[in-house]
Design a protein around this ligand. Structure first.
Ligand code: PLP
Length: 456
């Protein structure tokens, strides 16, 4: 058994957590998570929690997959590590590259491996700049991204991201990265239909291209559905219009598929859900269901042809690029996704079922809107409801109602994440109908508890 108090004390004394106020954490102590099985995790006090967030958007096949640990163990025994810098390679990395090419859209025939999504997006920055340099367009280096985007925590990743809290720390963004507004209908769409607003939000890209100068813009990057920003599902008109604008100016289109990839929207990649054809795609998380860290970039022919034909050495890479153990875990993870038909299941069966059940939460007195897209979903907590979401009365942000609700969720046995006043989930793709019923019932009970707390 784990001595919770002792672990909490050591944690507070020595472990600086990501994205955490360490001083505040020390005063109440971390929750110590010790076990996972299926869609559930357990803390060191034996409390079981339904993991509505798939760890951190990554446990697509759920916890406790023995075949993945067997594959990892076997690969560690066979060859725990070797690099691919100097004309060497390894079997799982090659097999995984071929597998990723097989499951991705036809324009993708090459893969660059990294250890994480952030490193994947750093790779994007260097790759798109090199692509233009190699063709004689020196200085065509500007990348356009969006406010409230999350693209990672390295200097380039956090710069591509549009989180002001991250930019304030460390003087970001780095030069050559600029941002436009996000396609958040509930925030900016008052008086317009979602379709009208989608076109308007896409037009901000064209405005920015003209402002910067089309001959300076290398690429546009976006998450098909913004995840960490609060599960912002764009109107259906948005992405096709973004594609049209990128095509018009010859700008590379980059999809950050770190969350949306590997079945989360009911397709292998989120860009397929929205019908767009990116030139590059960043992946991580669901590629290995988080069992071992792995990320990378799928490189479309337009870019790969230039990099390979004209490129010479691409002076970029990581010790753990193509790590054999991570690639072995990913191969087994993808085999499971295929064998259990999880992508089809989310698209045709459990995704629509989650939509029906989750969106019914909109009748709750605290909920102004509830929306889903495949296996991501979000609801907006409001102080006073109205027929039109734009007329709802929001909570005072100083009340931090999302955090109050999150704690009620935890007490009720459920992990749901708070982003401001939005409560979001991204559950494991393996959920059954009965488990979806349990998830939505838990959310409703915890919303009731939150409401009782707020009105007492
Ligand atoms: N891109 C997106 C869309 C993400 O959600 C994340 C992480 O949450 C990243 C990039 C960064 O990935 P990592 O944390 O593996 O560096």
């Amino acid at each position: 058994p784990v001595n919770t108090r002792a672990i909490q004390d050591l944690d507070a004394a020595h472990y600086l957590h990501p994205f955490t106020d360490s001083k505040a954490l020390a005063s109440h102590g971390s929750r110590v998570i010790v076990k996972g099985e299926g869609i559930y995790i357990w803390d060191s006090e034996g409390k079981r929690l339904l993991d509505g967030m798939s760890g951190l958007w990554c446990m697509n096949v759920g916890y406790g997959r023995k075949s993945i640990s067997d594959a990892v163990y076997a690969q560690m025994q066979q060859l725990p590590f070797y690099n691919s810098f100097f004309q060497t390679t390894n079997v799982p990395a090659v097999q995984l590259a071929a597998k990723l090419v097989e499951i991705s859209p036809p324009q993708f025939n090459h893969v660059f491996f990294t250890g994480s999504g952030s490193e994947g997006n750093d790779t994007i920055v260097r790759m798109v700049r090199r692509y233009w340099d190699l063709q004689g367009y020196q200085g065509r280096h500007v990348i356009i991204s969006r406010h409230n985007a999350y693209h990672g925590s390295t200097m380039a990743g956090a710069s591509l991201g549009g989180m002001s809290g991250m930019h304030e720390q460390g003087g970001l963004p780095i030069p050559g990265i600029v941002h436009i507004g996000q396609p958040y209908y509930l925030e900016g769409g008052k008086g317009k239909t979602p379709e009208e607003f989608g076109l308007e939000a896409a037009s901000w890209l064209e405005q920015k291209i003209l402002e910067v100068g089309a001959d300076k813009v290398a690429a546009f990057i976006g998450e098909p559905v913004q995840g960490a920003g609060g599960v912002i599902i764009p109107p259906s008109t948005y992405w096709p219009e973004i594609q049209r604008i990128c095509d018009k100016y010859g700008i590379l289109l980059v999809a950050d598929e770190v969350i949306c990839g590997f079945g989360r929207l009911g397709h292998w990649f989120g860009s397929e859900y929205f019908g767009i054809k990116p030139d590059l795609m960043t992946f991580a998380k669901g590629v290995s269901s988080g069992y071992v860290p792995l990320g990378g970039v799928l490189v479309g022919d337009r870019v790969a042809d230039v990099l390979i034909e004209k490129g010479g050495d691409f002076n970029h890479g990581f010790t753990y690029s193509g790590h054999p153990v991570a690639c072995a875990a990913a191969l087994e993870n993808i085999r499971i996704i295929q064998e259990e038909k999880l992508v089809d299941q989310v698209r045709e069966d459990t995704g629509p079922y989650l939509k029906q059940k989750f969106e019914a939460l909109a009748d709750h007195p605290l909920v102004g809107a509830a929306e889903t897209c495949g296996f991501v979903a979000g609801l907006v907590l409001v102080q006073k409801k109205a027929a039109n979401i734009h007329d709802c009365v929001p909570f005072d942000s100083t009340l931090d109602v999302g955090m109050i609700c999150r704690d009620h969720m935890f007490n009720g046995g459920m992990i749901m994440r708070a982003v401001g006043n939005r409560m979001i989930i991204a559950p494991p793709l393996v959920m059954t109908h009965a488990e979806i019923d349990e998830l939505v019932t838990l959310i409703r009970v915890c919303l009731d508890a939150t409401l009782a707390d707020l009105t007492k």
